[in-house]
Design a protein around this ligand. Structure first.
Ligand SMILES: *Cc1c(COP(=O)(O)O)cnc(C)c1O
Length: 393
């Protein structure tokens, strides 16, 4: 499908490969390998693999390729490689690019497992790491230097929803020839302009909005042909974090509805943020799409929308947060996000419980903080139920 079609058209038809049966719904090629007509054909394919030729599912598979092509078309990337989870995508994107002695700059506010890869894998292997406040362009400027090889950040951080200026940081990184890798989960593929703004590599946990229905783990790395088919592909195909064709099919079908889902969830988030704004039980309400967010102007320029996640800080601390969570009827207490079901999380005691109290303080993850992933329920039901739950907190 050519690049001329609008996103919603690409999301439904992009990347489709039909078998000899001309099926309407994309086929699940649940196979690890592929048969060659002759020994010569096998030899030729190992020498050079064409775009619709496959060898082994660890390297590629037709269902997986449909998902990769569809998301690449949406993101405006030349190529994509799907992985078994979002963390496999981050791991492959980082470990395939750096070696001992290289310098990496990353924002401090990151998903715990991303921090693990940087601090507990790369650093012990001899990579030098500088961590900065992702919202502070002066800090990025001071940290990025001649020998910096790679820059990594979450475009919107989890769970305090700080936004990194992709364009400004990419310009600084490119001035020294560093590669810009961004984890773009919170921006979502629907609102992302990461590549257009200068990011070289975009990573998604497909587990979140791409599946959007809490069914499977998956991830995807997007970038130029040279990046995806270069050392990154060698690292990925040999280390084995390939996505299952079945899970890739779930993600492929998830893409067909992602635009409708994410826009509806964002619209509800805007209403809920307005209802929470300056609520007496809250010491903070953080939503990148609300005018009270300190980076509201940047958000308007970068994605135009605040996305599907809101964070609230209950003035009464952990006890109040727990009373609120336990009083909620519409939505579930869990730790995924981007799901059709609203999901409420207490980061300090769950997703970020492995951090020290001091580290949490630094990241603004207080005892009263609740992360809310807004689902597809009726917005009026959500507002009514959650305001009632706040009264009981
Ligand atoms: C969930 C998440 C990941 C990890 O994805 P998995 O699919 O759970 O491995 C990475 N980064 C961010 C920002 C996430 O929210």
């Amino acid at each position: 499908m050519t690049q001329d079609y609008k996103p919603r058209t690409k999301l439904v038809h992009g990347g489709t490969r039909r078998s000899q049966y001309n099926e309407v719904s994309e086929a699940i090629f649940m196979t690890q390998g592929f048969v060659y007509d002759t020994a010569e054909q096998a030899e030729a394919r190992f020498e050079e693999t064409g775009p619709d030729e496959f060898i082994y599912a660890r390297y590629g598979n037709p269902t997986v390729a449909m998902f990769e092509d569809r998301i690449a078309q949406l993101e405006g990337a030349e190529a994509a490689f799907a992985t078994a989870s979002g963390m496999a995508a981050v791991n492959n994107a980082l470990l395939s690019q750096v070696k001992a002695g290289d310098h990496v700059v990353a924002s401090r506010a990151l998903f715990g497992s991303c921090l693990f890869i940087l601090e507990k894998v790369l650093v012990p292997f001899g990579v030098e790491l500088t961590q900065v406040d992702g919202t502070d362009l002066e800090a990025w400027k001071a940290a990025i230097r001649e020998e910096t090889k790679l820059v990594f950040f979450e475009t919107t951080s989890n769970p305090t929803l700080e936004v990194v200026d992709i364009k400004a940081v990419s310009e600084m990184a490119h001035a020294v020839g560093a590669l810009v890798v961004c984890d773009n989960v919170f921006a979502t593929p629907v609102y992302s302009r990461a590549i257009e703004l200068g990011a070289d590599v975009v990573v998604y946990s497909a587990t979140k909005h791409i599946d959007g229905q809490g069914r499977a783990l998956g991830g995807v790395v997007l970038g130029s042909e040279d990046f995806i088919n270069g050392p990154f592909f060698n690292y990925s195909k040999h280390t084995g974090a390939a996505i299952s064709p079945f899970n890739a099919w779930l993600m492929l079908k998830g893409l067909e509805t992602i635009d409708l889902r994410v826009r509806a969830q964002t619209e509800s988030s805007e209403k809920i943020a307005e209802a929470f704004h300056q609520h007496p039980k809250l010491s903070r309400m953080i939503y990148p799409g609300h005018r009270s967010h300190p980076q509201y102007d940047l958000v308007q320029r970068q994605t135009g929308k605040g996305g599907t996640v809101i964070a609230i800080d209950l003035a009464g601390g952990q006890e109040a947060a727990f009373r609120f969570l336990n009083a909620v009827n519409v939505g579930v207490i869990s730790n995924n996000l981007g799901d059709a079901k609203s999901i409420l999380t207490h980061p300090a005691t769950t997703t970020h419980s492995s951090l020290t109290e001091e580290a949490r303080q630094k990241l603004g993850i207080t005892r009263g903080l609740v992360r809310i992933s807004v689902g597809l329920e009726d917005a009026e039901d959500l507002v009514t139920d959650w305001l009632a739950a706040l009264e009981l907190a």
